[in-house]
Design a binder for this molecule. Structure first.
Ligand code: CU
Length: 310
């Protein structure tokens, strides 16, 4: 009898131990899941949560597709939804782009004039910079509660925006705060319409956490605000080619395939004046650039090259 009792006692202890180990594992998985929100693109999609907390959120954007993409969080005015995007926003942009492609810039501007008044109330609230095919990015941004459209407006080879191909997803940001804090940055980048892109220390190899401070924000010639994208330059790639490609309103700009010689590894997308976003990148020695997704970045000092030493 004693032997049997002893056996069951041992079994009970082993059960408790297994339970405890499982509890610890779940705790660590749980906290990981809370702090990083995954977004996966396989083709022309955003696979992610429908509802997320407000406050600081870190997004791991995994681009498994063969195209270059980004995600941008557009905070919509009260009562506007994804149906309004499809009916009132996508058509003027697409028709305007088609006109630009045909060289009819006046007609193009007339199409953009058809954008509804509420479009000016959309708050571009950050997101990742551009992310090359089979590449990932890590971005931390602070979100106010509200209804958002997560979008990517890179163009297909035929000039169609990804926005109209499935890359517009509604996301509800709740009143519940994530309780997360922003990361500690190694390098502070500041972007402004007057001084362009500046940063406070030499950029070294290894894991870097960049803070991007939006000193101001303006609407550029292509109707969007400035942002910061990190690009690896391969084999003396021509930055004039990069400058031209970073303008979606150019028929050959922001269109697939991205020009050879540039690997986009994230950044912080269009954000309001006075806000800060963060992104993390692991840098190998080589040549890089910070560039904004607006026209004429060289004269605006929004295209800055730098080298990372061994
Ligand atoms: Cu895209």
């Amino acid at each position: 009898m004693n032997t049997i009792k002893y056996f069951f006692n041992r079994l009970r202890i082993i059960q408790l131990l297994i339970g405890f180990v499982l509890f610890l594992t779940m705790q660590s998985c749980g906290s990981d899941r809370n702090s990083v929100i995954e977004i996966v693109t396989t083709e022309m999609d955003f696979q992610t949560l429908d509802t997320i907390p407000s406050g600081w959120n870190t997004f791991l954007y995994i681009n498994k597709s063969n195209e270059t993409h980004f995600f941008l969080m557009d905070k919509y005015p009260e009562g506007k939804t994804i149906e309004d995007t499809e009916n009132e926003i996508v058509p003027p942009f697409q028709k305007g782009m088609d006109m630009f492609n045909e060289g009819k810039s006046e007609e193009a501007l007339a199409e953009f004039g058809k954008l509804p008044e509420w479009f000016s109330e959309v708050v571009f609230s950050g997101g990742s910079g551009l992310v090359s095919p089979k590449t990932s990015s890590l971005t931390t941004i602070k979100l106010e509660p509200g209804y958002y459209i997560m979008e990517c407006y890179v163009k297909m080879p035929n000039g169609k925006f990804h926005t109209s191909m499935g890359m517009a997803k509604s996301v509800i940001v709740t009143d519940n705060d994530s309780g997360e804090a922003p990361p500690d940055a190694n390098v502070n980048i500041t972007i402004s319409s007057k001084e362009g892109i500046t940063y406070d220390k030499p950029i070294i190899k290894g894991k870097q956490i960049f803070a991007v401070h939006f000193k101001d924000q303006i609407v550029h010639e292509n109707f969007v605000g400035h942002d910061v994208n990190l690009v690896r330059l391969i084999n003396d790639a021509d930055i004039k080619v990069l400058e031209k490609w970073m303008n979606w309103s150019d028929p050959k700009g922001l269109i697939s395939p991205a020009p050879a010689g540039f690997t986009f590894i994230g950044g912080v997308n269009d954000s309001p004046a006075g806000t800060t976003g963060y992104f993390t990148a692991v840098l190998e020695p080589g040549d890089y650039a910070f560039v904004s997704e607006v026209p004429n970045t060289l004269s605006k000092k929004m295209l800055k090259t730098f080298s990372v030493r061994e």
